[in-house]
Structure formats: C-alpha cells, structure tokens
Design a protein around this ligand. Structure first.
Ligand SMILES: [Mg+2]
Ligand SMILES: [Zn+2]
Length: 186
C-alpha cells in the first residue's frame, strides 16, 4: 500500500484570495499565484515516496459562478505552469463541484474525496496526511483517519476540529512530515 499527502488547493498550493478575512479561490488563471516554496515541498514529498493528491471543494460550479472547464484550466495551469517552470509533482486532482444543498459525500468535511482516491490508488489512510487551511479540510482528514496538518492564516473562521499540528506554510508542513517518517523508522 502507498502513503499519500492529501493537499487542499487554495491556501496550500496557490494563494487564496482573501476578502474580509475569508479565503476565496482565484477566479481565473490570471489570478493564480503559487505560494512560495510549494514546488520544492512537493518534490521532497514525492521523492520520499508519497502520492500527492489535491482534494478541493469548488462549489462555485454548483453555484453557477464558474464552470468545470474553468476549474480544470486552473488545475492544468497549476500543474504545468508558466514558461520555464517544471511541472508540479501532483499525482491526481480530486474535486467536489457540489454545494452543501447537494448532500454529496465528497464535499469536505465529508471524507469522500480522500476515500475515493484511497480505493483507486490503494492508499493506507492511517499513515497518510491531510494538509489544509480551513476546518473543512481538517475534519475531512480526521474522518478519513489521516494525520491532520493545519496551515494557519488566522482567517475569520471558527475552528471546529483541532488539527494534529499547525504550520505557516506547506514547506513547514513538509518538513514535519519528513521528520515524522524519520522518527518512525528509527
Ligand atoms: Mg483552502
Ligand atoms: Zn461533492
């Protein structure tokens, strides 16, 4: 079985657009900005043998303010990037396009995106990690049985589910995961 690092997208890989203390996804490729240290962090986790899986809620599709095509274009741009940048080490994108009213089992805090990937890629969830910047990410990771890592930007949002550890960036979280692996093998 493989281990995974599940990664929320907005606020973990690319910069979230923050308005009045709340994070929003970039509306288009033009607003897409990779966060510092992300390519290196993904490369280190990939080299250590983790499957790297983006798990992202994109409810604006259900709300009719963007389209699946636009979301897929952002994912393509994120992975394959601009001129001169090597592709990011991302193995898979798992996307929920629903809103709360759809009652799906994939919109985080439901764990469906993680469970589907685990089934398809033969992943051991109990030795996998979930990295996110909102309570929905942490709760989805907890329900899937993963270790949960929170990137804390101090959003104006209640924390409902305490994470296993807190960081300021994916680079810091990746350090912690790789140190955790070393501890486990000593
Ligand atoms: Mg996020
Ligand atoms: Zn869904």
């Amino acid at each position: 079985m493989h281990r995974a690092v599940f990664l929320d997208r907005d606020g973990v890989i690319n910069r979230a657009i923050v308005r009045k203390g709340k994070p929003y996804p970039p509306a288009s490729l033009a607003e897409l900005e990779l966060l510092p240290g992300v390519p290196e962090a993904l490369l280190r986790l990939h080299t250590a043998g983790f499957q790297l899986i983006i798990v992202t809620n994109q409810p604006d599709v259900a709300r009719g303010t963007t389209t699946r095509t636009e979301v897929e274009a952002i994912h393509h741009g994120l992975q394959f990037g601009g001129a001169g940048r090597p592709p990011l080490h991302i193995d898979r994108f798992q996307v929920c396009y629903h809103d709360d009213s759809d009652g799906c089992n994939c919109r985080k805090p439901a764990p469906g995106l993680l469970l589907d990937a685990a089934r398809e890629d033969d992943l051991d969830l109990t030795t996998s990690f979930m990295v996110g910047d909102r309570w929905r990410d942490i709760e989805a990771g907890r329900r899937a049985g993963c270790t949960t890592l929170f990137i804390d930007y101090g959003y104006d949002e209640a924390e409902r589910s305490p994470p296993d550890a807190r960081f300021r960036s994916l680079a810091e979280a990746a350090d912690w995961i790789l140190n955790d692996m070393r501890r486990a093998t000593i």
